[in-house]
Ligand binder design. Structure first.
Ligand code: GLN
Length: 491
């Protein structure tokens, strides 16, 4: 039996090897656990490693293969879950002290579906507290470091999910994207990640941040890996009232379908001041390559883009203030040690349990929802949100997919933007509008800066237009080898 080379391996290679009995799921798990053990002390990707559980599940997969049964599309593939997905019997914190000690009695739909397809969860991945952030520095426990440069952030809020795939500490992972939290860290870590259409992937068992914006989705080294994970996790779920009933697309097939007849829109608002020139050059280079591959380029305009960040921070804080009201010291996780009244129990628990960013957002969100202010802030934000969605609708009457940068800069240094929340919020400038509109969007590598930091290309599609995105992403990846570059293991 060959011994598996897990560094840089794709999900497809690993699963094929398990099915063909080239290696065992158990060997894959041991290889990844060994890497986590040796390297994660420097990177900080995992909040919890479930070594025994992973070994047990790997043995089950191997037993299925030995018995002639197909364990599924993700046979024996070791994956990581952002610590926002509840896992039965395994502590789930959402990166927050207030949930320390919370051991969920149930399992999220997506992690259930991954396990049913043969994937093996290695553990829970680090994240910004309640998914609020763009650098993973808001984790209550530890920062994640970018595998390409340990002095730099991996992006956020799914920083552990992106960095663990980049550093081969799992073969693929799940994250959530509310305003960019899959695409921006994918871009900064040089991997692929997708925020599917809102409702395409179930939110059941995903700790809520902003419910009308929360999108679970996959990370992978290749776009085919993202497609495979999405095929497994997507689809209707009666446990999520916003889940879309229509059938799941053939995403892997779309990756190989070519670009004949496809129109790719280039929105002028996404190429304006504030973007790093190296990012602009790489993204424009990628768009040229897509045109050479046969797509027709169409200039388009999304005129309300300039309002997207402000709109996003009104909607998400309003919803967060309501969702986070449930952490009261009575039902979940942390409870203050000393309280002489019920009100003191709430205020001390919340004061001790929440970090600075959730507190800022609860206060902002409560303010914008106050009677008398509701119309001026929240109501207005909802109307602008509609206009942003209308912009996309109009653009998609002229093209099939939009191509833009994912992030205006490559990875920034730890601590560089901490002092100024506004500066941090601007990291989301290209990712929040597709989230507000609920349209699918993917980030994939399209180059490196001179300092060897990854740059991401964002591809945006119309509602349920994931297949069109995968056509472009697959063809672009076939013509380039950015996804084959790997960071050095940290020493
Ligand atoms: N960075 C954005 C924020 O802080 C997006 C986070 C997310 O998508 N979860 O809200």
């Amino acid at each position: 039996m060959a011994s598996p080379q897990v560094v840089g391996a794709s999900i497809a290679e690993l699963a094929d090897g398990v099915r063909a009995r080239k290696w065992k799921a158990r060997e894959l798990v041991e290889s990844f656990l060994d890497r986590i053990h040796r390297l994660d002390g420097r990177l900080g990707c995992y909040l919890l490693v479930d070594a025994d559980g992973a070994r047990w599940r790997a043995d089950q997969v191997d037993a299925a293969v030995a018995g002639g049964r197909d364990p599924g599309l993700l046979a024996g593939v070791p994956i990581g879950l952002k610590d926002i997905f509840v896992t039965r019997g395994l502590e789930t914190t959402a990166g927050s002290k207030i949930l320390r000690g919370f051991v969920p009695p149930y399992e999220s739909t997506v992690s259930t579906r991954l396990a049913a397809a043969g994937a093996i969860a290695l553990g829970k991945l680090n994240m910004d507290e309640f998914a609020m952030g763009s650098s993973n520095e808001n984790s209550a426990f530890k920062p994640v470091r970018n595998p390409w440069d340990l002095e730099r952030v991996p992006g956020g809020s799914s920083g552990g999910s992106a960095a663990s795939v980049a550093a081969s500490l799992c073969a693929g992972s799940l994250g959530t994207d509310t305003g960019g939290s899959i695409r921006q860290p994918a871009s900064l870590c040089g991997v692929a990640g997708m925020k599917p259409t809102y409702g395409r992937v179930s939110r059941y068992g995903v700790i809520a941040f902003a419910s009308s914006l929360d999108h679970p989705g996959p990370f992978g080294r290749t776009v085919e890996d993202v497609a495979a994970l999405l095929e497994v996790i997507a689809g209707h779920d009666a446990c999520d009232a916003t889940s879309i009933p229509s059938p799941v697309g053939r995403y892997r097939q779309a990756c190989a379908a070519g670009l004949a007849g496809l129109r790719v829109g280039v929105p002028e608002e996404y190429f304006q001041a504030g973007m790093d020139p190296e990012v602009e050059a790489a993204v424009r280079g990628a768009i040229d390559e897509i045109a050479r591959a046969g797509a027709k380029l169409v200039p388009v305009s999304l005129p309300h883009t300039q309002y997207a960040v402000a709109t996003y921070y009104l909607v998400c804080t309003a919803e967060a203030s309501s969702n986070l009201a449930r952490y009261d010291g009575v039902r979940y996780g942390h409870r203050t040690a000393e309280a002489s009244s019920l009100e003191e129990l709430y205020s001390k628990t919340r004061g001790e349990g929440f970090g600075v960013e959730p507190k800022r957002r609860i206060i902002l969100g409560t303010y914008v929802l106050r009677s008398g202010y509701y119309e001026a802030y929240y109501g207005k934000a909802l109307r602008v949100r509609r206009k942003i969605a209308d912009d996309f609708r109009a653009a998609f009457s002229k093209c099939d997919v939009l191509a833009t940068p994912t992030s205006p800069t490559a990875a920034f240094k730890l601590g560089e933007r901490n002092a100024d929340p506004l500066q941090m919020y601007l990291a989301d400038i290209y990712t929040v509008a597709p989230a507000l509109a609920g349209v699918p969007a993917l980030s994939q590598g399209c180059g490196f800066t001179r300092a060897n930091l990854p740059i991401g290309l964002q591809l945006i599609g119309p509602p349920l237009g994931e297949e069109a995105i995968f056509r472009v992403a697959g063809e672009y990846q076939r013509r380039t080898d950015w996804h084959k570059r790997l960071p050095k293991d940290p020493s």
